[in-house]
Design a protein around this ligand. Sequence first.
Ligand code: KIV
Length: 271
Amino acid sequence: MSVYKEIKRVTTHVLSEMKLKGEKIAMLTSYDFSMAKLVDQAGIDIILVGDSASNVMAGNETTLPITLDQMIYHGKSVVRAVTRALVVVDMPFGTYQGNSLEALNSAIKIMKVTHADAVKVEGGKEIIESVERILSAGIPVMGHLGLMPQSINKYGTYTVRAKEEVEAQKLIEDALLLEAVGCFAIVLEKIPATLGAKVAQTLKIPVIGIGAGGEVDGQVLVLHDMLGITQTFSPRFLRRYLNLAEEIQGAVNNYVQDVKSKDFPNEKEQY
Ligand code: KIV
């Protein structure tokens, strides 16, 4: 049983204590008020307002098109619902890679308008000036290494990253750098489990994995994937806890039939 289940609010400090004590951190995405409320009440530690909203909410092929204002809209909706979890908002593509002042202004806008607890950025050495500048304003930053979906056009494929020594070594160096400048946690996406374990052992800050094996400090999944709302995305790391697509389609189908057959509304369902 979790030592931290009863805590009123998850903070970055609580997360580092969880790592120290070996308690795994559970993280999921949410993009809207109703889902975030359910997820928070169910005891999640971190809610990520992921830029995967671009795929899941807007139907885009990649995370690249989502804008700062759209992320802020999702962030505000989630924060309104949450009383316990730490809320992290993804900084969208193009709002922090260009220059560090732009990064700072984007992060400040996210924090001021959404009231979230932290931001997340993808990358290591290449964006370190931006990370440092955001941190200098007192904004907690979560890093993201391994498969970085905002760089999909560079990779050309969503396959497992850092299988080769050179890329694995760079990932370790980037993780150490992000820790050294003051990030409170990092996400590792789709890398070999042995590398995930090595990074988690090397770093003092929590390492949250998505397809990074079981030896990292916590796990994150996209909510719509683990609930089985999205059907076409089936990577090996994904465990589906529900087949909600079937449930929803069944319910809608029943409703359609009830309306057409005039079964709905019945006498008790009207004034
Ligand atoms: O946007 C997102 O959902 C993410 C997770 C995959 C970690 O970054």
